[in-house]
Design a protein around this ligand. Structure first.
Ligand SMILES: O=C[C@H](O)COP(=O)(O)O
Length: 256
C-alpha cells in the first residue's frame, strides 16, 4: 500500500434495494464517521431508483453516492438508460462502468465501456472502471492478457488518478465466496499498476486500484494488506449496514 493513495471502500448494491432499504443507507452514512473518514473515502452505489433520495440522505455524511452504470451519451432516445449528466444532476459523484455483469448481460465491449467512462469524465464523475478475467480465462493462464486488453481498451486517454479508479474483479470470484490468494491479487494489481505507469507516467502510480469479488468482514483485512490494493469494491456484503461497517472496521485497522 502506497501511503500517498487515499483508500476507497465502495459498495455496489446491483439490482437490490427499495425504499425500505433506505434505513441501511442511513445507518452506513452515520457509521462512516471521523476520524477514519478523514483518511479513507466511502461510496455506495444503490440502484438508480434510489439515487436522488440517497444523496439527500447522505448530505451531512462523508459517504458518497454513485451509480452503477451510465450511457455514453448525454440524452436522447435510449429507453431505460441514464446518462452521466443525470447522475450528476442527482448529486451522484461516482459511477461504475464495465462491471462484468454489464459486459456479460448486455454484451458491453471495451470500446463501449471506454465511451461510458469518457461520458462520466465529461460529467465530472469519478469513474470506477471494472476489469477481470473469467474462470475459463484464468484456467487457460490468460489472466494478465485479459487485464492488459481490458485496461487498455476501456480506459480513456483523458483518465487521471484524480478522476478514475480501476477495480480488479475476477469474474469467478463475484458472488461465489471464492477469493483469489493474496499472491494472485498481488500479481494482478502489480501488473495493473505497471500498465498504468507505462501509459500515464508518474500519475499511474497514484490511481486507486480496488479489489472486488466476495469481499467480507472476514477477508477484508487480508486483502487490504496486499501491495497495490487501495480499496475494495463490495457487492453482497454492502447491502446490510452491519456487514459493510464490519469491512469499514478492517480499513480502520489497516489505515487509522
Ligand atoms: O461490484 C461488486 C462485485 O461484483 C462484487 O460482488 P460480491 O461482493 O457480491 O462478490
Amino acid at each position: 500500500m502506497t501511503d500517498r493513495i487515499r483508500p476507497l471502500l465502495a459498495g455496489n448494491w446491483k439490482m437490490n434495494g427499495t425504499r425500505a432499504s433506505l434505513d441501511q443507507i442511513k445507518a452506513i452514512a452515520e457509521g462512516v464517521k471521523a476520524p477514519l473518514s478523514e483518511k479513507i473515502d466511502t461510496l455506495l452505489c444503490p440502484p438508480a431508483t434510489l439515487l436522488y433520495v440517497a444523496t439527500a440522505l447522505c448530505d451531512d455524511s462523508p459517504l458518497a453516492i454513485g451509480a452503477q452504470d451510465c450511457h455514453s451519451l448525454v440524452s436522447g432516445a435510449h429507453t431505460g438508460d441514464i446518462s452521466a449528466a443525470m447522475i450528476a444532476d442527482c448529486f451522484g459523484t461516482h459511477v461504475i462502468v464495465g462491471h462484468s455483469e454489464r459486459r456479460r448481460n448486455h454484451a458491453e465491449s471495451d470500446a463501449l465501456v471506454r465511451a461510458k467512462a469518457e461520458a462520466a469524465l465529461t460529467a465530472e464523475l469519478t469513474t470506477i472502471i471494472c476489469i477481470g478475467e473469467t474462470a475459463d480465462e484464468r484456467d487457460q493462464g490468460q489472466t494478465l492478457d485479459v487485464l492488459k486488453r481490458q485496461l487498455a481498451a476501456s480506459t480513456p486517454d483523458g483518465a487521471a488518478s484524480e478522476t478514475t479508479v480501476i477495480a480488479y474483479e475476477p469474474v469467478w470470484a463475484i458472488g461465489t465466496g471464492k477469493v483469489p490468494t493474496s499472491a494472485d491479487v498481488e500479481e494482478a494489481h502489480a501488473f495493473i499498476r505497471r500498465e498504468l505507469v507505462a501509459r500515464f507516467g508518474g500519475d499511474g502510480e497514484k490511481f486507486r486500484l480496488l479489489y472486488g469479488g466476495s469481499v467480507s468482514g472476514a477477508n477484508a483485512a487480508d486483502l487490504l494488506a496486499v501491495a497495490n490494493v487501495n480499496g475494495l469494491l463490495v457487492g453482497g456484503q454492502s447491502l446490510k449496514a452491519a456487514d459493510f461497517l464490519a469491512i469499514y472496521s478492517a480499513f480502520e485497522r489497516q489505515f487509522a
